[in-house]
Design a protein around this ligand. Sequence first.
Ligand SMILES: Nc1ncnc2c1ncn2[C@@H]1O[C@H](COP(=O)(O)OP(=O)(O)OP(=O)(O)O)[C@@H](O)[C@H]1O
Ligand SMILES: [Mg+2]
Length: 366
Amino acid sequence: MAKIVLRRVTKSFGQKVAVDDLNLEVEDGEFVIVVGPSGCGKTTTLRMIAGFETPNMGTLHIGGTLMNHVPPKDRNLAMVFQNYALFPHMSVERNLSFGLRVRHASKKEINTQVHEIAEMLGIRPLLDRKPAQLSGGERQRVALGRALLRKPQAFLLDEPLSNLDAALRTQMRFELKRIHAQFPVTTVYVTHDQVEAMTMADRIVLMNDGELQQVAPPETLYAEPVNVFAAGFIGSPKINLVSARIDHSSGGSALRCLATAIPLTTEIADQLRSAQSETVTIGIRPEDILPQSPMDDTPGRAVVSGTVEVIEPLGAETHIAVRVGDDILTCRTPPRSGLEMGSTINLSFDIAQATIFDGTSGLRLC
Ligand SMILES: Nc1ncnc2c1ncn2[C@@H]1O[C@H](COP(=O)(O)OP(=O)(O)OP(=O)(O)O)[C@@H](O)[C@H]1O
Ligand SMILES: [Mg+2]
């Protein structure tokens, strides 16, 4: 097991800066998930840790040792990459047992461990097949099994579940989390699936366009995103982002948006005074917007009126999209609410629950 430390790491391919001045510490035994949109530098980061790419600048330490020029085979890391390279001439069983055989484990130990892992991954009937005779999802599970049996000082996993169907992916998420709880090996896991990131990570590393945006536990990233990008990337349905103008004039401060003026407490008004521009972006999570019942006159809640444009029943809950002036607000409602498309609805939210970002820099103000 080992701590992984990247300091000021930059990697360019020609003019393209794939990873820009990255600082990251992954604690010993920690499960860290790197997320971000396609092309943001996730795989490049992982390949530098693995040793397949050398940083142009910066240092990489694993277990306290400088690794910049140590070849991949001497790093004692187990990897599952997007293209899960298996040994094509070996059966599934021999692929799985590869690491154990290299370590000269006994036949009995190899047999037990291979069968255990194959059972867990649901690939036991495939042990005699060659990789070419497997589906993409089956190959991915074999690659995962082979990595898990290596007993490395760290796991590097690049989209290891991307080829699996939804049900299997959920099951594998659960299994990986369980295995990690049992054997807490330092893990860096790359995905663009925010559900994987939210459900499995001790901490999420969010990247965009080669740059680190935020490193935080999932709950913190969700509740306290540092900027508009982080707020928009995490959360499904997406956070509502509404542009507003700050009005510090008429007898107290307010935010003008959604065809209304939302009065602000002095606390929020003071926090907004550091804004660089007169506009801000308000981020409101769909669960924080409620259809207003006639009985609800809770003070301090902003109330806006709009037209229901889309109704998406999902069984346990229904998502509705409501047009309010030029904006569309998505909110979660209980199922069978009796709403109809085209009907007028009042929505209420508490501005104190919202996240407010600077309209120019996109950085969080409060
Ligand atoms: N060998 C290479 N040569 C040139 N450009 C590269 C190379 N590898 C990656 N890049 C570029 O660097 C950027 C980051 O690529 P990377 O593979 O790290 O993205 P990613 O976040 O893993 O994306 P995805 O989610 O699509 O896998 C991209 O713009 C990519 O085109
Ligand atoms: Mg990638």
